[in-house]
Design a protein around this ligand. Structure first.
Ligand code: PEP
Ligand code: MG
Length: 568
């Protein structure tokens, strides 16, 4: 069995079609510039025609937004700058056209790949795609065209270019597997838009499979079975049918509100780590972002804390990407198990109980101020809520809020536009904060319960320690009572309460959380539609009674049993 990253969910069973694009052997040669310029001109003309043709085929099955990529390719193929650079090299160095085109392309690709921005790095794939086509046309070799497939296949390739995915005919292309790529690579994004099962980053697949082999592509678990037995085919055919049936049912809920049978509405939103997760939240019907973990921005930065401009761009991109839906951004939560390359934390006996999250920020106000300024500037681009992690006392919140207010005033004095309605809240992930929720709620705009930490701190059980992992008990009545305190505390002062720990997407916990009155459930994007289905099947009044019964039980096991009994 081969393993890779499930980039677009589904199961496909079909024969392998190995896509092997021609390998070009490009060498520097002395040549007659006039002849090479003519060759180049003809190759550019054919490249433009090819792309127009691909766009025409793609327009039959891709949406307007996705077709834009081919307009970008056409612009590149018609770009006087690109062409000018190649022509100049031919003229100045009397080299062959393919060598000149290849050299210029490599420089452009290197430039895009070195950019500190996912979007631009992905653009390198477009440059490669267009200039590879140009070079094939100079050499007079044809690129295999996936629009001419005539039987159902699973495509296996090193990678698929945008032109390849654009030419895919869904009737015959049942799925694909690539040797390289990640969840945000071009081919992965296209596969999700086309809703074709896909596994990317599957190392070794090109050496293992041959055209004509039969393949089971399990793009739910990221597994590939080559030449399966009849029993395996039967098992996976059933799985495939069940998956497709469920997918259809869930899809119908994508743009529906999350309302219980008796009309109680909640919000189901997504947790993200960067802009690259935004699309998935939207595709899965997320009503917003309930937790943007900004520490990844700091962990990816190589030499120093990311500057205001870098952070501003990152937050703005997410806010714009969410198209007017609310985004809750958490300020830096570093320390504990999360370290930085460029900063050495003091040794502590218990790092999870030490200088972490808002404690670190309050001790390093300059770093905190930079982030708050970037956040406030980004707030002009969409509804933003900011939350401080690991608040234990009111004094900590007040300190953090004062710094926030100072930076807000500074920006206003500087004439910078900021959003009108930025909410400022806290995470409830320390038991002391849950217990004091009714007081904290007077001063904050909202709570978001971080159950991953709330449980570790309540049970005094390190969340990284396997032997004590049995104490991760979201359904223990003690935890449910703390959650109830947080929700009731917020509601007593007209504030909303969300949850962004793993528990919010746990199907056993959702009924109880609904009954406790949780307003917002933030979870990984792929759990949203399932949670929505569950909410729409539940009755809020009944869940209130269920939650009340649960908090009066003795053990987690009893709560689990109660839920199983009441929810079938
Ligand atoms: C939590 O503690 O539940 C939470 C959402 O934060 P993190 O997992 O990032 O600590
Ligand atoms: Mg936490």
């Amino acid at each position: 069995m081969l393993k890779g990253i499930a980039a677009s969910q589904g199961i496909a069973i079909a024969k392998v079609y190995k896509l092997e694009p021609p390998v070009l052997h490009i060498e520097r040669q002395t040549a007659n510039p006039q002849e090479e310029l003519t060759k180049l001109d003809q190759a550019f003309q054919k490249t433009v025609k090819d792309i127009e043709k691909i766009k025409e085929v793609a327009s039959k099955h891709l949406a307007e937004e996705e077709l834009a990529i081919f307009d970008a390719h056409l612009m590149m193929a018609n770009d006087p700058e690109l062409r000018g650079q190649i022509e100049a090299m031919i003229n100045n160095e009397s080299v062959n056209a393919d060598y000149a085109a290849d050299s210029v392309a490599k420089q452009m690709v290197a430039m895009f790949e070195s950019m500190d921005n996912d979007y631009f790095r992905e653009r390198a794939a477009d440059v490669k795609d267009v200039t590879y086509r140009l070079n094939c046309n100079i050499a007079g070799v044809e690129i295999p065209n996936l629009s001419t497939l005539e039987e159902p296949v699973v495509i296996v390739a090193r990678d698929l270019t945008p032109s390849d995915t654009g030419s895919l005919n869904k009737e015959f292309a049942k799925g694909f597997a690539t040797e390289i790529g990640g969840r945000t690579s071009h081919s992965a994004i296209m596969a999700r838009s086309l809703e074709i099962p896909a596994i990317v980053g599957c190392k070794g697949i090109l050496d293992t499979v041959h055209s004509g082999d039969t393949l089971i592509l399990d793009a739910i678990n990221g597994e590939i079975i080559v030449n399966p037995t009849n029993e395996e085919i039967e098992t996976y055919t059933k799985k495939k049918e069940a998956f497709e049936k469920e997918k259809e049912a869930l899809k119908a809920l994508k743009d529906q509100p999350s309302v219980s049978k008796d009309g109680h509405q909640v919000e189901l939103v997504g947790n993200i780590g960067s802009y690259s997760d935004v699309q998935s939240v939207l595709e899965n019907g997320g009503e917003g972002v309930g937790l943007f973990r900004t520490e990844f921005l700091y962990m990816q930065s190589e030499n120093d804390f990311p500057d205001e401009e870098t952070q501003f761009e990152a937050y703005k991109q997410v806010l714009e990407g969410m198209k007017g839906k609310k985004v809750v951004i958490r300020t830096l939560d570093i320390g504990g198990d999360k370290k930085l390359n460029y900063y050495t934390f003091d040794e502590e006996m218990n790092p999870f109980l030490g200088v972490r999250a808002v404690r670190f920020c309050l001790m390093k106000p300059d770093i905190f101020r930079t982030q708050l300024r970037a956040l406030l500037r980004a707030s002009a681009y969409g509804p933003l809520a900011i939350m401080f992690p690991m608040i234990a006392t009111l004094a900590e919140f007040r300190k953090a809020k004062d710094i926030y207010n100072e930076e807000r005033e500074n920006l206003i004095k500087e004439g910078v536009t900021i959003g009108d309605n930025v909410e400022v809240g806290i995470m409830i992930e320390i038991p002391a904060a849950a217990v004091l929720a009714d007081r904290l709620a007077r001063e904050v705009d909202f709570f978001s319960i971080g159950t991953n930490d709330l449980i570790q701190y309540s049970m005094a059980a390190d969340r990284m320690s396997e032997p004590v992992s049995y104490l991760y008990q979201p359904l223990n009545p003690s935890i449910l009572r703390l959650i109830k305190m947080a929700i009731d505390g917020a509601h007593a002062h007209g504030k909303w309460c969300g949850m962004c720990g793993e528990m919010a997407g746990d199907e056993m916990a959702v009924p109880i959380l609904l009954g406790l009155g949780l307003d917002e459930f933030s979870m990984s994007a792929t759990s949203i539609l399932r949670a929505r289905k569950l909410v729409t099947e539940l009755n809020y009044e009944e869940m209130k009674a269920l939650a009340n019964e649960a908090i009066n039980l003795d053990t987690m096991e009893e709560v689990e049993e109660l839920i199983k009994k009441k929810i079938n």
